[in-house]
Design a protein around this ligand. Structure first.
Ligand SMILES: [Zn+2]
Ligand SMILES: [Zn+2]
Length: 352
């Protein structure tokens, strides 16, 4: 098995070779045909996350072992099955649901794997898809994508799923309401494209980049705002029902300024969904939430059920495709560098 792995925190990925794993029990060995490169991979490669208030979580100190193979937007072909791996066939191609729990705890047993505190998400805790093969713990994590472009299908396992799950947290808002999407980069832009199939409310977008605002308009946003413009919140609120503010906001950046923008844009009783990983401190006072009866909810990737729902919508042709390009796996470091520099539109999928 050949992979491009983190051998040292904060350094370029390096080629690592090992014998192909032999699937045991319910495990499935998948030959990787593509793996999307996600912004969160950069954080793991860096080796830490900024938790705000000067606190950092260092992956090396919370049980991450090196070498580690990144990559969680995996598509591939089943090539070997463990003796108890029933329900998938050798030669079939699937998208792999990567957000896998321990399988033993009460949360996992009831299907709430995202609540598991001993997760083994592929590419995050377990070895992922920047490789020619990946070991999947159970066939139930393999999702059919027939009729959908293979590289595009891979991106729904994280980028698409994260957007879909965040939107579904605002599915209660009616068509007279407004949802503001903050940050129209990869995941934010796919949220604009998925929104008509997932929520009823009108979608507006806030981004500081002209180029991303244009892309959001082309993708179907009803209006766009430059969050550096000091009148942006006032103008956004004025265009909502009763001029009261947005019923929901989704922060796909996750920085103090974007979180503040979202809270300022909400009406009383509105819901703020935090998704982005930029990190830092919350800029607003605690009483804001009580006085304005706001809800703040974190959204982390999405569930297996949500990936299946999303893939059904994709297969039914209800979701506009994001731009996807492929690059060879050996060039993954160049792709990660371009991502750090903000040079990537849509998604890059690396192929072994
Ligand atoms: Zn991701
Ligand atoms: Zn568990």
């Amino acid at each position: 098995m050949h992979s491009m792995a983190i051998v040292e925190w904060g350094k370029a990925l390096q080629p690592v070779d090992a014998p192909n794993p032999v699937p045991q029990g319910t495990e499935v060995l998948v030959r990787v045909t593509g793996c999307g490169v996600c912004h969160s991979d950069i954080h793991i490669q860096d080796g830490y996350m900024d938790m705000g208030g000067g606190r950092k979580v260092e992956y090396g100190k919370v049980g991450f072992k090196l070498p580690h193979t990144l990559g969680h937007e995996i598509v591939g072909e089943v090539v070997a099955l463990g003796p108890q791996a029933t329900g998938s066939k050798i030669g079939q191609r699937y998208v792999v649901f990567p957000w896998i729990g321990c399988g033993q705890c009460e949360f996992c047993k009831r299907g709430d794997e995202l609540l598991c505190s001993n997760g083994r998400a592929l590419g995050v805790r377990a070895n992922g898809g920047y490789a020619d093969h990946v070991l999947v713990p159970h066939p139930k994590y393999l999702v059919d994508f027939s009729g959908v472009n293979e590289a595009l299908a891979a991106t729904y396992a994280c980028s698409g799923l994260t957007a879909y799950s965040a939107l579904r947290k605002l599915a209660h808002l009616g068509p007279e309401e407004t949802i503001v999407i903050i940050g129209a980069g990869g995941v934010g832009l796919s949220a604009v494209m998925i929104a008509p199939a997932a929520v009823k409310a009108k979608i507006v977008v806030a981004d500081i980049s002209d180029r991303k605002r244009d892309a959001a308009l082309k993708a179907g946003a009803s209006a766009v705002y430059d969050n550096n413009d000091k009148d942006a919140v006032k103008n956004l609120r004025a265009a909502t029902q009763f001029g009261a503010g947005a019923g929901g906001a989704i922060d796909f950046v996750g920085a103090p300024a974007t979180a503040q923008f979202g809270v300022n844009a909400l009406r009383r009783g509105g819901t703020m969904v935090q998704v982005g990983l930029a990190g830092g401190d919350t800029p607003f006072g605690i009483l804001t939430f009580m006085q304005r009866m706001l809800t703040i909810t974190g959204s982390y990737v999405g569930s297996l059920e949500e990936l299946k729902e999303l893939m059904a919508l994709v297969k039914a042709g209800k979701i506009t495709a994001i731009p996807v390009a492929t690059k060879p796996l050996k060039d993954v470091n160049l792709v990660l560098d371009d991502m750090r520099a903000g040079k990537i539109n849509g998604r890059i999928v690396v192929t072994p």
